[in-house]
Design a protein around this ligand. Structure first.
Ligand code: GLA
Length: 390
């Protein structure tokens, strides 16, 4: 009897240990939304090792690494069309002649991390390189041996196999590779990944591909908003990478894009050419006060809390009972927008100090019950409210 008892307990202990080994939320990555850069939105398939090195240098020289940007992520088109004789992925010699390991060493020497891309299918979306379906462990081991810190895992050419079968396989392979690798699922939100990915991945796309225009960012924000309850430390909803600085939107639109992504606890992956970005652009993505909202350790995704036509209030709780609030004017004329305490989880008698995160100043008077401001078309105001008493 005692032996049976012992065997049963050993079996249970093993099952729990084994699960913790294969649960991405326990890989230690992504306790806060990841911050960094990705090559796709600006460079597409023309990414090469000089761009990657130059971007690592620029993250340091612009000061962006100091405010938290650490991942330098290579997207699609980095590999040769065919695997080698042993079935390994091979870096494309014409674009990455030094190889990925050398690039990882360079990026690490700057105190940054290197990310790479593959696909849960037979090819990646560009069809210029193989996918990892059926090669998960071999590829995860390759990435680990190169010193990769982040994997974006796409969804093209998947042979109609269920996402819920394909994505966990790579999650387990990464865990077994022995290196903590942030696992970013790029399933485009097709099978509602927020409901099943938190045990598998550190982030999951909730939308199709972003474009550098207003309709694209407003619709992506709304789609991502539905899944807020599923996000938290270790696993985040991903409405796709930033377009700030790519030239298709106005400065106010880019500021709105960045503010809402930060409040939604989205990954903050810069998608422009950091090497040549203007100061106006680096000041948007480098706004430390807005970044602090994104990186707040409470890790609760802010949501749309009220709406009158195209005038919206978004808000979410922060540590120390503070509240982050955005007044977002999605209309085409200047308008007054009000956040009511009852909509942002504050009791009506609470008095707050409000700080404007874009003007970098505290509002001169303390507020009770509501906050109102005029907001320009397609612009937003973003605040942190700190309760004083009440
Ligand atoms: C898909 C992804 C994009 C990008 C491209 C690369 O469309 O959703 O983010 O990675 O593939 O081909």
């Amino acid at each position: 009897m005692k032996i049976m008892h012992f065997l049963l307990i050993s079996l249970l202990a093993f099952v729990f240990w084994d699960q913790s080994q294969t649960n991405a939320a326990s890989n230690g990555a992504g306790r806060r939304p990841p911050m960094g850069w990705n090559s796709w939105n600006h460079f597409g398939c023309s990414v090469d090792e000089n761009i990657v090195r130059g971007t690592a240098d620029a993250l340091l020289s612009t000061g962006l690494s100091r405010v938290g940007y650490e991942y330098v992520n290579i997207d699609d088109c980095w590999a040769e069309q065919n695997r080698d004789a042993q079935g390994n992925l091979v870096a494309k010699a014409s674009k990455f002649p030094s190889g990925i390991k050398a690039l990882a060493d360079y990026v690490h020497s700057k105190g940054l991390k290197l990310g790479i891309y593959s696909d849960a299918g037979s090819y990646t979306c560009s069809k210029t390189m193989p996918g990892s379906l059926g090669h998960e462990q071999q590829d995860a081991n390759t990435f680990a041996s190169w010193g990769i810190d982040y994997l974006k895992y796409d969804n093209c050419f998947n042979g109609g196999i269920e996402a819920r079968k394909r994505y966990p396989t790579m999650s387990e392979a990464l865990m077994k590779s022995g290196r903590p690798i942030f696992y970013s699922m790029c399933e485009w939100g097709e099978q509602n990944p927020a409901t099943w990915a938190p045990n598998i991945a550190n982030s999951w796309r909730t939308t199709g591909d972003i474009q550098d225009n207003w309709d694209s960012i407003t619709s992506r924000a709304d789609q991502n908003n539905q899944w807020a309850a599923y996000a938290g430390p270790g696993g985040w909803n991903d409405p796709d990478m930033l377009e700030v600085g790519n030239g298709g939107m106005t400065i106010e639109e880019y500021r709105s894009h960045f503010s809402i992504w930060a409040l939604m606890k989205a990954p903050l992956l810069i998608g422009c050419d950091v090497r040549t970005a203007s100061q106006e652009i680096t000041q948007i993505v480098g706004n430390k006060e807005v970044i602090n909202v994104n990186q707040d350790l409470l890790g609760v995704q802010g949501t749309k809390v009220s709406q009158q036509g195209n005038l919206e209030v978004w808000a979410g709780p922060l540590t120390n009972k503070r509240v982050a609030v955005i007044l977002w004017n999605r209309s085409s004329s200047t308008a007054s927008i009000t956040a009511q305490w009852q909509n942002i989880d504050l009791s009506s008698n609470v008095v707050v100090q409000a700080r404007d995160l874009w003007a970098h100043r505290n509002l001169p008077t303390r507020l009770q019950g509501s906050l109102t401001s005029n907001v320009e078309p397609h612009a937003c105001k973003m605040y942190i409210l700190t309760p004083l008493y009440g």
